[in-house]
Design a protein around this ligand. Structure first.
Ligand code: NAD
Length: 491
């Protein structure tokens, strides 16, 4: 094990008495703080200001005040500021990647290679889209001269979860900002570090004060007041279906447009003619990525019974090879779970699932963990009935539930029976058949011969219990942050 040395800016940032909220371009401390724990060691590494309803109000006022100037700014000027912000994120890649890895427990190579740079690219993508977008759309209507003007809403609220805090911040706020809205962000209280660090870069980029406001704290204390605030014009929530329903209800009462990006229980369909080695690598990679704490991962594996044994052996070999260790070790492929709470939750699911009759088909024999004191867990593969809790519920750990099948159509029916609808994958060498099967799986995303396919321009979102009114990373997302106003004159 060789750990990378912490960047001096990381040490300096974490050493603050409290990492304050970033509101109206100024750092504000709070009366109370929340400890931030490194899941690799289980030790407290920083304290962050715990926001209250008054902090939320302050942030909303700041965003509301900044809105007219930001909305009226020439699009090219606004886009240039967002691109400058993206450049600064790239220039500070090492600092941000280390903060993200210390906070979430994700391997440093993942933060360096994906979370931070892909997040930065999001600001470029939406800045470019904003430059190309049509803000006035002429209408062809008899006897009326009319057009539609597309305008930003105003203050947009965002509540984010702990698993991909940095990337989700970028996916969420970039389209809203590029469209001319101002934003108030409630970062996860479990993993707020890299998001709060952005306050420094927002200032350096020259983005006007109040355009981006960031705080963290306990959900009920400072998430709910955001959704309930009278200045809120648009809401976006990413997290569990349970809290998503609550946010949706609040927004319904206030008639505020609401976008929900929620949990999943994705399936993989491994057909008889699949490239089994590729499927084993792809799916072992899917459940170990971010220690399985990925909303769109595949956790129900439907495998044709004729290839079940071979496939299971191949997956076991892949999992045995996975290097589990400290998030700050460049060789680590899977870090710890994010927190003690999550560690207890995942273990509790295993216990309940096994008590309900699930069998463990892949317990790893190789000692893959390091001697760290943190929240480490080995990947597990289970099998059993489809009424088992581990089959039905989102566990959010490095695990999958294997189900053999004989007929593809029957497997599709069974996959579609759960009300989640985020992401599935089909594994087959016959691309026409794979495309046909992928289209039959009810979800926001169906991937072929891969799991977790992300790019800007590729819409991503959920249906049913996995989400509502949303999606990210596409032109539609950008336009969803513009309201339509019809201007008409009888001729
Ligand atoms: P969570 O729902 O517990 O918390 C999400 C956020 O909501 C946190 O910031 C939390 O503080 C806040 N919150 C909690 N109670 C609140 C309340 N009463 N009012 C307002 N805000 C409140 O989710 P989590 O445990 O942080 O994240 C895991 C979940 O997120 C999983 O279900 C996962 O699938 C989902 N997720 C979905 C996507 C997606 O794009 N669909 C992406 C990442 C994570």
């Amino acid at each position: 094990m060789s750990l990378i040395p912490p960047h001096s800016l990381v040490t300096e940032f974490l050493a603050q008495e409290q990492i304050a909220s970033f509101i109206g371009g100024t750092w504000y401390s709070s009366k109370s703080t929340i400890p931030v724990i490194d899941p690799t060691s289980g030790e407290v590494v920083a304290s962050v200001a715990s926001a209250e309803a008054s902090t939320v109000d302050q942030a909303m006022q700041a965003a509301d005040k900044a809105f007219p100037e930001w909305a009226a700014m020439p699009v090219s000027e606004r886009a240039a500021l967002l691109k400058r912000f993206a450049d600064l994120i790239r220039e500070n890649l090492e600092t941000l990647a280390q903060l993200e890895s210390i906070d979430v427990g994700k391997p440093i190579e993942n933060s360096r290679g994906f979370d931070i740079p892909f997040g930065a690219d999001c600001f470029d993508y939406f800045a470019n889209l904003s430059n190309e977008a049509e803000y006035t759309v002429p209408l062809e209507v008899n006897d009326i001269d009319a057009h539609v003007q597309r305008k930003p809403y105003g203050v947009c609220g965002f509540i984010f979860p702990w698993n991909f805090p940095f990337t989700l911040f970028c996916w969420g706020t970039a389209p809203a900002l590029a469209a001319g809205n101002t934003v108030v962000v409630k970062a996860s209280e479990v993993t707020p570090l890299a998001t709060l660090y952005l306050g420094n870069l927002i200032k350096e980029a020259g983005i006007p004060d109040g355009v981006i406001n960031i705080y963290t704290g306990e959900g009920r204390a400072c998430g709910q007041p955001l959704a309930e605030h009278s200045l809120l014009k648009h809401m976006s929530f990413t997290g569990s279906p349970q809290i998503g329903k609550l946010i949706g209800k609040i927004c319904g009462e206030h008639l505020v447009p609401c976008k929900l990006e929620l949990g999943g229980k994705g399936a993989a369909l491994v057909t008889q003619d699949a490239d089994l080695q590729a499927a084993a690598e792809g799916l072992a990679g899917a459940i170990t990525l971010n220690t399985g704490q990925v909303c769109c991962t595949a956790t129900r594996w439907f495998v044709h019974s004729s290839v079940l044994d071979t496939f299971t052996q191949l997956v076991r070999a892949e999992l045995e090879k996975t290097a589990i260790g400290s998030s700050m070790d460049e060789k680590t492929q899977m870090g710890p779970l994010v927190s003690e709470t999550q560690y207890d939750r995942v273990n509790d699911y295993y216990k309940k699932g096994i008590a309900e009759g699930a069998k463990v088909v892949v317990p790893l024999t190789t000692p893959t963990t390091t001697n760290n004191a943190g929240y480490f867990i080995k990947p597990h593969l289970l099998t059993g009935d489809e009424d088992n809790i581990c089959y039905r519920e989102e566990i959010f750990g490095p695990t999958a539930y294997i189900v053999p099948f004989e007929e593809e159509e029957n497997a599709i029916d069974r996959i579609n029976r759960l009300s989640y609808g985020l992401a599935n994958s089909v594994w087959s060498k016959d691309l026409d058949r794979a495309t046909d099967l992928a289209g039959k799986l009810i979800a926001g995303n169906s991937w072929i011969n891969a799991h977790n396919v992300f790019a800007y321009g590729l819409p991503y979102g959920g249906v049913n219990l996995s989400g509502l009114g949303g999606g990210v990373n596409s032109p539609e997302t950008f336009y969803s942050y513009l309201r339509n106003q019809t201007i008409a004159r009888p001729l």
